[in-house]
Design a protein around this ligand. Sequence first.
Ligand SMILES: [Zn+2]
Length: 299
Amino acid sequence: MKGELCIGVDLGGSNLRFALVDRQGRVLARSAEPTLPAAGLESLMTRLLSGVERLRQQAARMGAGTVALAVGVPGLVCSDGVVRASVNVPVLEGVPLARELAGATGMPVAALNDANACALGEKNYGAGRDYRSLIALTLGTGVGSGLILDGKLWTGVDGAAGEFGHIPVEPEGRPCGCGGRGCLEQYASAGAIARGGDDAAAVACRAQQGDAAALALFAEAGRYLGIAAAGVVNLLNLEAVILCGGVARSFDLLVPALRRELEARTFPVSGGRVRVEQGILGDDAGVLGAAVAAFGALL
Ligand SMILES: [Zn+2]
């Protein structure tokens, strides 16, 4: 036996990623396919199970056993493994995902929010390895986060903690999909940066070439991120703020304004020590963090 392996699954609105992971965080095999949320729940569950089975067989060929599984989901996942809400994959709403997958695979299964999975990934195998208390921000279509306090994921009493994107940064600001107004997500997500018309990657490209309007959009996003992060750092005295997700590829464009706000709005003790870092796991943060949760499900 080569030891015990886990399967981490990142169930995104667009892509369904599977990885076979060992305890050191090495990805030994992987696969990916489109999520196709419109194809319905039965199709999604079938493809989830066949993806898991494929990696199990690969593990067996390596002489290893697959002992647990976890799935990161874009939405609110309660501590009982039931998906309560998912804007991007609505067919999962109300589904006891952990229980159903455990019944079908015979393994311990955990289900968790995708931003929480990214935070666990960076904490255990990435930019957060040296810290015990951090927040990992996932900057993509929306803005999510995962909070690690004293080495443990903080999910809140219902599993709904970490909604960094819905921290209000403008009292009378832009309306938000959550029903609120002036939420950070309306100023710092890919959609907010792209509100001029094209996508955030194209804006990043223009900013890298020195385009003033494009640079201003990233500076604005960084400024609002810094305002929200300052509140969290004042509250929790964290060691690090780690930026993950597609928009975080433009780390250098965001960070000067972010750091400026953070320094201006925090107490010297907490603001002076907090590090702002770029995640290093890229697209693997989700599957690796799910694997961490899977190993945790064994306990
Ligand atoms: Zn909101």
